[in-house]
Structure formats: C-alpha cells, structure tokens
Design a protein around this ligand. Sequence first.
Ligand code: ADP
Length: 251
Amino acid sequence: MSINILTVEGLSFRYNSMEILSDISITVNAGDYIGLVGPNGSGKTTLVKVILGLMKPKKGKASLFGFHSGNFKDWFRIGYLPQKISFFNPYFPATVKEIVSSGLFSKKKFPRRIGKSDETIIYEAMRLMDVLNIQNRLIGELSGGQQQRVYVARAIVNEPELLILDEPTTALDPETRDIFFNTLQELNRKKNVTIVLITHDIGSIGKYASKILYLDKKIIFYGSFEDFCLSKDMESYFGEYSQHIICHRHD
Ligand code: ADP
C-alpha cells in the first residue's frame, strides 16, 4: 500500500487579482520522485510555498503527512531548499559546518545543543554533498556551486522523508550537477526519500524523476514519465519534436 506524503485538493491562488494557480489537485506518495516543470512564471515556486503553508490558498487545501499544512508542526520531516536563500546573509561569518548543523534546529527543543550523535549525521550530510574538505571555510568565501551544495547538505541533515528543492542546480557546473543528481537519486532509491524537484532542465529530468508534474497555472500533465512520453495529448501540446527532446533519456 502506498503511503500518502502530500495531498493538494482543488487549490487556487491569486496575487492581487491575478490567478497564479488554478484548481490544482495532486497526490504524492512515499518514494515518488516528482519533476515539477513548466515555463517561467507558471506558478511552480508559488505552489511549493502554498504547500508548505508559507502562503494561504484562495481556495482548496494542502496536507502534509495527513495534516493540513496550516497545522503541520513536524517540519524536521521535510527538507526545503528555496530558490532564493533568504535565511542566510552570505556575508554572515558562519562556517560550512555551522550552517549544515543549523539544519538540525527544527528538530530540537531549547536549549539547542549539538550532541555527539548529531556530529555523525552532520558528517554524513557533508560527506554526501562533498563539502567535508571545506567544512571550516566561511560560507561567504565559497563559489555559488559550493554554497549550493552546503545548503542542500543543510536541507538533508535531518534525514527528511520529503525533500523539496527549488531549482537547486542553477549554480552548479555540469559535472557537479551530475554528482548532485546522482546523490538525490541515491537518497530516493536507497533511503526512500520522497523528492519534489523544481527544475527548468526538462531535457534531463526524465533520467531521474519517476513522475512529471507539468504546470502552467493549471496542471497540464501529472503522471509517470512513461505516460507523459506516450501521451497523444502531450504530443499535440508540445509538438512531436519537443516531446522527443523531453523524452529522450540520456545514458
Ligand atoms: P515559477 O516558479 O514557475 O517561475 P512563480 O511561482 O515564481 O513561477 O510565479 C508565478 C507568477 O506569480 C509570476 O507571474 C510571478 O510574476 C508572480 N509573482 C510571484 N511572486 C509575486 C509577488 N510577490 N507578487 C505578485 N506577483 C508575484
């Protein structure tokens, strides 16, 4: 039986009078790896923010682990990497290790202290994101790609059941991006972490994600990658050639 992680029902959202999301309904199950794609301004970031209770929908609702997102409290079960990192000033004099460690605070009660067992999981998150060798460097001194990996390490340090990443690869060079995608795949396959990945990299998402959510203010397609590629509706929506680009799975 599949375990329900996230449900969105009849959700609509507006900025002022402009409708940004219209009647969105989706279910995400444990172990799903969703590629959330769509043109710029199609509402991807907004959908994630509404799901996380950061903004209120106009209509409909979102639930996380069976709880209405407005009442959800176990935030440590979710790792979220926003597109714009607003929780850190990059010039703040914190080291990589301090930043990754701070990801544990959502689980801790006051006083928030890092214990011996925490050290192991902090080490593991830094190892996975390949930032061990820079753990004592100040975040402001790092390249954009290195900073990105540090923020992902922070998002996964709690070993979240659900990981939501908003365009996490924009600052990564192609080689680091591949390593990053492989790490996500490992988390998904070996640790059954459910992943929602917003990406504009529609040409390679099929290599990783098992499902596609194509958004353009409303749902254009939600289902398995295979069904997306076989869909006649999608063929007429994108044109045969574009669908071929999306569906070509590189090896
Ligand atoms: P995407 O992530 O798909 O690029 P967004 O969810 O960021 O799209 O934005 C969807 C639409 O909402 C865009 O037209 C954007 O201009 C608009 N929008 C985003 N944030 C705001 C805001 N704070 N106030 C008004 N409109 C906004």
